[in-house]
Design a binder for this molecule. Structure first.
Ligand SMILES: O=C(CO)[C@H](O)[C@H](O)COP(=O)(O)O
Length: 258
């Protein structure tokens, strides 16, 4: 009996030790595996592909460039931002434009948060307008992200909604949304630049902060905000994404589909 207890104790110690020492994947590696899996699963020869913005998509573009070289693929890439355009060019990929390619087979993009129905908050990087235009032209929008973006409901973890606005209207829009729905809208400021952050489209971003959650009806609130003159677009991507790939801490990729 004593021996059996000793064996059990040693076994538990070994198990505990191996758990503690199990390598946890970094967030960067989690982004990489998600983006690479999406590129491997959705990129085929002769497609028009939307290239998202942010840090996760960088890994996807690197993987795409590798596949294009190795498999001699013909892929036309449509950018969602200045960043995406230069990612495409720097990686030797073919740059397309919506004027010539208004219908995309797939768009692959990151997200700041994604709920169980794959509704998303985007715009943390300030590129939401072009991202939404490109996504709306795609037959399929695929999200790539690390596991911290995988939520039950929107605003569960990401506590702001970016809204792109015409510069002349930012004060009335801020006042209007605060009085209609509460919360606090802050003009996003530039980094290493005096004054506000100016988007790729020459607009401002209002980041809408709130206590808890502003609503449970994000579709409804999105429609109402879109009706305010001067609002160019919101970071709410409702019913747009079909599939998400999340890089998990244990090195696996969680695939979610709606
Ligand atoms: O919406 C975006 C930019 O406007 C990005 O896709 C979003 O912020 C995710 O970025 P990252 O991949 O760096 O987490």
């Amino acid at each position: 009996m004593l021996l059996r207890n000793k064996v059990k104790y040693t076994f538990n110690l070994i198990r505990l030790f191996s758990q503690v020492n199990q390598p946890k994947m970094s967030l960067e590696s989690a982004k990489r595996i998600a983006a690479e899996r999406a590129i491997d699963n959705h990129v085929k020869d002769n497609i028009v592909l939307g290239i998202g913005s942010g840090s996760t998509i960088v890994y996807g573009v690197q993987r795409l460039a590798e596949r294009v070289r190795n498999e001699n693929l013909n892929i036309i890439c449509i950018p969602t931002s200045f960043q995406a355009k230069h990612l495409i060019l720097d990686n030797g990929l073919t740059l397309g434009e919506l004027d010539k390619n208004p219908v995309l087979d797939v768009a692959i993009d990151g997200a700041d948060e994604c709920d169980i129905e794959l509704n998303c908050i985007k715009g943390g990087g300030g590129c939401l307008l072009q991202e939404k235009i490109v996504a709306s032209c795609a037959k399929n929008l695929i999200i790539v992200a690390d596991h911290t973006k995988n939520s039950q409901y929107l605003t569960e973890r990401y506590k702001k909604i970016p809204i792109e606005v015409s510069p002349i209207a930012y004060v009335p829009i801020k006042t209007r949304i605060e009085s209609l729905f509460g919360g606090d809208l802050k003009l996003r400021m530039g980094v290493a630049k005096a004054g506000p952050c100016v988007t790729d489209n020459g607009n401002f971003i209002l980041d809408w902060f709130f206590e808890g959650s502003p609503t449970t009806d994000f579709d409804g609130i999105n429609r109402e905000i879109m009706m305010i003159p001067g609002v160019v677009d919101t970071g709410l991507f409702i019913g747009m994404a079909r599939k998400a790939y999340y890089g998990m801490a244990d090195g696996s990729v969680l695939e979610k589909e709606v």
